[in-house]
Design a protein around this ligand. Structure first.
Ligand code: ASP
Length: 438
């Protein structure tokens, strides 16, 4: 058995967190591969090292002295090292880095990658594991996608020690330059390592006990989701839940490797297990896995008598949007009417041009725009083929006086998506949570 573990910024924030990580790793000999983030925030008012590195780069670009910011970064790592009693000459590396920064001979990506680099160096020394630099195995194509075959092969040949630590977030371009993933990208590195080594599970350690059933800013103390399928997760994150970095899922899903979200501060908690499918549900009576949503959508709706007999209306409407490069989120239809739901931001500068073109090309009887719309999604694989779920759901919303503006359910019955006014957004989520989860 092999478990690939990835520890996020809050798990790497200070020496106390390093100790917790070590306990987690040492408590299970199957946890032999460790991917780490840069040090994150120690408390609400603290700074993430990655943010400080970006800030440092910006200072130098504008010709502003960055000594104090650089010193914050340096002392953070030295403090962790000294508190843990690790022997590592970081001073020399920081001095060399500072010099490159002052000479402006370092790219932004190379500079910000140092957060993960120093974290991994320290953690490898602390665990007495082998350090493998990400540049030695995460290889990018020139278009910025990962060259998986080469990367997997490289890690397989390097990771032969008893245990290895490697930095997340960056890799090497074929021209020899360091390149980072987008923010939060250490999750991807972890998934790539798990896929490369055909791990039995990819453990993603963070500071919450798994993915929550609803946004904790809306619902008080929402329960964590014990089990979720990759499809459900995709629905949840598409509809607004902030779960994992977008690219994370693909490498592990491709290889059918389960992904387990765990909490470094509560290591006994089983967290959330994400798999392709589950044989038996954790709780057969719970048909909603999670509730999420997003605000600020616009509905463009047109109707035309007799339209249902006309061929190509929907296509023509969609092609107007396509010409303006607008991605359509949902397209609920009636018999003689078609509407599209798009994010308000995406049509901010082109709405009137779009309406003009629809008017001209489709000559509808009426053309309407509704904005300030929020989309709420109730996601759950157990809703499929269960009569009565949507009835119960809409009854609960009706009882709470929430008006539904539009409804959408895919034939796979993985979710029920509906639109409400922005002002009803939080209440709709609370009503669903309270009627389906509690
Ligand atoms: N340190 C990077 C960031 O803050 C990557 C990561 O932590 O996943 O975005």
């Amino acid at each position: 058995m092999l478990k690939v573990t990835k520890f996020g910024g809050s798990s790497m924030a200070d020496a106390g967190q390093y100790r917790k990580v070590r306990d987690i790793i040492l408590s299970d000999p199957e946890r032999r591969v460790v991917v780490v983030s840069a040090a994150g925030k120690r408390n609400k008012n603290d700074h993430k090292i990655t943010d400080l590195l970006y800030l440092c780069y910006a200072h130098v670009q504008y010709g502003v002295n960055c000594d104090s910011v650089f010193d914050m970064i340096r002392s953070r790592y030295l403090e962790i090292r000294d508190e843990l009693g690790v022997k590592l000459d970081l001073e020399r590396e920081f001095a060399a880095l500072k010099q490159r920064l002052e000479e402006k001979s370092i790219s932004q990506d190379a500079l910000v990658s140092r957060g993960e680099y120093f974290s991994a160096k320290l953690m490898a020394a602390y665990l007495d594991f082998q350090f493998i630099d990400a540049v030695d195995w995460v290889k990018f194509h020139m278009d910025g996608t990962v060259d998986k075959a080469t990367s997997y092969q490289a890690l397989r040949s390097l990771a032969v020690g008893k245990g290895v630590v490697t930095p997340g977030f960056y890799g090497l371009m074929s021209d020899g330059h360091i390149r980072t993933f987008s923010r939060g990208g250490s999750d991807i590195t972890g998934a790539l390592a798990a896929a490369a080594l055909d791990a039995d599970v990819y453990e993603n350690w963070t500071d919450v006990s798994g993915i929550l059933m609803a946004d904790p800013r809306i619902v008080d103390n929402p329960l964590p989701i014990p089990e979720v399928t990759y499809d459900e997760l995709r629905e949840l994150s598409y509809s607004g839940a902030q779960v994992l970095h977008e690219g994370t899922i693909f490498p592990v899903r491709e290889k059918n490797i389960p992904l387990n979200i765990r909490n470094t501060n509560d290591p006994q908690h089983p967290g959330t297990m994400i798999k392709e499918s589950f044989d038996t549900p954790a709780d057969p009576d719970r048909f909603i896995t999670g509730i999420t949503g997003k605000k600020d959508f616009t509905i463009i709706s047109m109707s035309k008598r007799g339209m249902s007999n006309e061929v190509g209306v929907l296509r023509r409407m969609l092609s107007v949007l396509e010409r303006h490069n607008i991605s359509v989120d949902y397209a609920p239809n009636g018999i003689d009417n078609v509407s599209v739901v798009v994010s308000t931001e995406s049509v901010a500068s082109s709405l009137y041009a779009i309406l003009g073109e629809i008017q001209q090309e489709l000559q509808p009887d009426s053309l309407q725009v509704h904005d300030q719309i929020a989309v709420v999604a109730a996601v759950g694989r157990q809703m499929a083929s269960r009569p009565g779920v949507s009835g119960k759901l809409f009854a609960a919303l009706g009882k709470a006086g929430i008006n539904i503006r539009t409804i959408n359910q895919g034939p796979d019955e993985l979710n029920i998506i509906f639109g409400v006014d922005n002002r009803d957004f939080a209440e709709a989520i609370r009503v669903l949570y309270n009627s389906f989860v509690k």
